[in-house]
Design a protein around this ligand. Structure first.
Ligand SMILES: [Zn+2]
Length: 298
């Protein structure tokens, strides 16, 4: 009908409000989501909030106001490269974000929400009642997990959820213990560095210099397994592991030789191994482990 005719349409969006929270700078969405945010609706739109208290979950549409770049292909944090429309990257045409948030309360024209991954000052262009019926028909999240099984683990790593990762790693290891916690802590730091540098963790191999509990934590968190041919058992008894790429660049994690004493000193008596493992996660990283970059395979 309109063959050969290109219709250029410009859409002008006007903010209906702004996000307020403590996150001024770009960071992992999981970290921002942990904050409680306020959405301040402009007085001219406040009438539109009538009845919103009934909505437990809302979809918030906002502008990535600090993002100017557009990339039609994007590197996911799990390593794969996909088109922007198969990702949640902010570097997208129109720079719009859509996030489901939980409504925690309303005071006048201010909504208090949890789970928003918008930076402080983000202009909000729409809010709507969240319709999850499609999720009831299909298990959408399962289909994401099928194509990218480590997506949740990567989310836990970037959010620094070592407790969740310890419990998941224990499903592989068989029990929760301080050693497993040390492996998880060290590997989380390494993974955060690899992921934020934009590199693909699948180019990395785990070289183990030990044969006990921590290595299972590192193996689970990095996903470097014998089955993917990315795990090499080195000489045991060195109390360290390396995560390195083919060029021999990467990270070395060493268990400090004083870590046992330090843990012992900071644990109350009579705790179960599970409680000890969980308690280690809250201890000072630098008293337990040494993280250092390596330039060449050692
Ligand atoms: Zn163990």
């Amino acid at each position: 009908m309109f063959k050969g005719l290109t219709v250029l349409l410009m859409i002008v969006l006007e903010p209906i409000g702004y996000v307020r929270n403590a996150c001024q700078e770009s960071q992992a969405p999981e970290a921002i989501k942990k904050e409680i945010s306020e959405i301040e609706i402009l007085p001219g739109y406040a009438e539109g909030l009538r009845g919103i208290e009934q909505c437990e979950f809302l979809d918030m549409v906002f502008a990535f106001h600090q993002e100017k770049r557009t990339e039609l292909q994007t590197r996911l944090r799990t390593g794969e490269t996909t088109g922007v429309f198969a990702s949640r990257s902010p570097r997208r045409p129109n720079h719009l974000g859509v996030t489901t948030v939980k409504l925690l309360g309303r005071e006048g024209n201010i909504l208090r929400v949890g789970g928003a991954d918008a930076l402080d000052g983000s202009p909000v262009v729409d809010i709507k009642y969240c319709d999850t019926s499609v999720l009831e028909w299909w298990s959408v999240h399962d289909s994401i997990r099928m194509s990218s099984p480590r997506v949740d683990i990567v989310g836990n790593i970037m959010a620094g959820d070592t407790r969740v990762l310890l419990l998941k790693a224990a499903q592989l290891h068989g029990h929760v213990c301080p050693g497993l916690a040390l492996g998880v802590m060290g590997a989380v730091k390494v993974m955060q560095k690899v992921i934020t540098s934009g590199e693909d963790i699948r180019d990395y191999t785990l070289f183990s210099g030990m044969q006990n509990c921590p290595i299972d934590g590192a193996l689970f968190v990095t996903g470097c397994t014998p089955g993917t041919n990315r795990f090499v058992m080195g000489s045991p008894g060195n109390d360290c592991f390396y995560v390195m790429n083919k060029a021999g660049k990467g990270w070395k994690v060493t268990l400090k030789d004083t870590n046992r004493e330090y843990i012992q000193r900071h644990l109350s008596d009579g705790l179960s191994p599970v409680a000890r493992g969980l308690a280690v996660l809250d201890m000072d990283f630098d008293e337990l482990l040494i993280l250092e970059p390596v330039e060449e395979k050692q």
